[in-house]
Ligand binder design. Structure first.
Ligand code: AMP
Length: 274
């Protein structure tokens, strides 16, 4: 497995390939969620490139950026065992040699939910993804449904900018107790970790009750109150149109439940189809 650190090295690697290339962009601190995307890319492409870059421009809190887990050696060991052709591990200077002057903004989709609670987050995501796609020129790129809004933002970015890459969404990988895998889970205390699965349970309860015909606004209010009782500080729990992310009050095909909540100092997000 090659470890590439410069744009020139990535371009030379790309030119050396005769077959297709799949990109899996990550911020490292790998878990099974990341690895599932690597396997997905490997099934579809002749070679897989994984980028590991903790992108400062998508963090709206310095503390979150500074405490974000980093585990480069473990990451490289995991990827080696998965038939990854190369890892792109750039520095800030490589990605933003002249600062973040040219940016990408996916206006409507990026303004709701995570965009509202984390101002600038999706501008950072869209900008870094555009740069990574232009540097690596993959045939396809894999993103997790765990970050559902991000997946929609990336799909829209690629469509609007006519980028010649297929975006593949991979299912959310969970712990056996239902907690969605996330690099940030490592920051939970033991007590918080034992409470964290309630987030996914709130989604499951809401889906079940709304599916049985209970009014969504009431169900969501009750589930938010239950989460608050269990020590979460809920940013939102919402039923949305799965394509536009607009709030809906009645279920419809493609509807999605989105949740974001703080547990101690850690902010967790999750989602599921209705
Ligand atoms: P991150 O390192 O958090 O930026 O995540 C890199 C990629 O892995 C993104 O496309 C995420 O959506 C995806 N991902 C993160 N957690 C999971 C998970 N539990 N299951 C599937 N994909 C995930």
């Amino acid at each position: 497995m090659k470890v590439l650190k410069t744009v020139e090295a990535v371009r030379a690697f790309r030119r050396s390939l005769s077959g297709s290339l799949g990109l899996v962009p990550t911020m490292g601190a790998m878990h099974e969620g990341h690895l599932s995307l690597v396997r997905l890319a490997r099934e579809r492409c002749d070679a897989v490139l994984v980028s590991i870059y903790v992108n400062p421009t998508q963090f709206n809190s310095t503390a979150d950026y500074q405490t974000y887990p980093r585990a480069l050696e473990d990451d490289l060991a995991m990827l080696t065992s998965l038939d990854v052709a190369a890892v792109f591990q750039p520095t800030d200077r490589i990605i933003y040699p002249d600062g973040m002057v040219t940016t990408v903004k996916v206006a409507a989709l990026g303004a709701h939910w995570e965009g509202a609670y984390r101002p600038g987050h999706f501008d950072g995501v869209a900008t870094v993804v555009a740069r990574l796609l232009n540097i690596t020129t993959p045939d396809l790129a894999c993103f997790g449904e765990k970050d559902y809004q991000q997946l929609l933002v990336v799909r829209r970015l690629v469509r609007d900018l006519n980028m010649a890459v297929e975006i593949i969404g991979g299912p959310t990988i969970r712990e056996t107790d239902g907690l969605a895998l996330s690099s940030r889970n490592a920051l939970l205390t033991a007590t918080e970790r034992s409470r964290a699965p309630h987030l996914n349970q709130a989604l499951d309860n809401a889906a079940r009750l709304i599916g049985r015909g209970r009014p969504a606004p009431q169900v969501l209010e009750d589930e938010m109150a239950a989460l608050t009782d269990r020590g979460f500080e809920v940013d939102y729990l919402a039923l949305v149109d799965g394509a536009t992310l607009e709030t809906i009050s009645d279920p419809k095909p493609g509807a999605r439940l989105l949740v974001a909540a703080h547990l101690g100092s850690v902010r967790l997000i999750d989602n599921r189809a209705l």
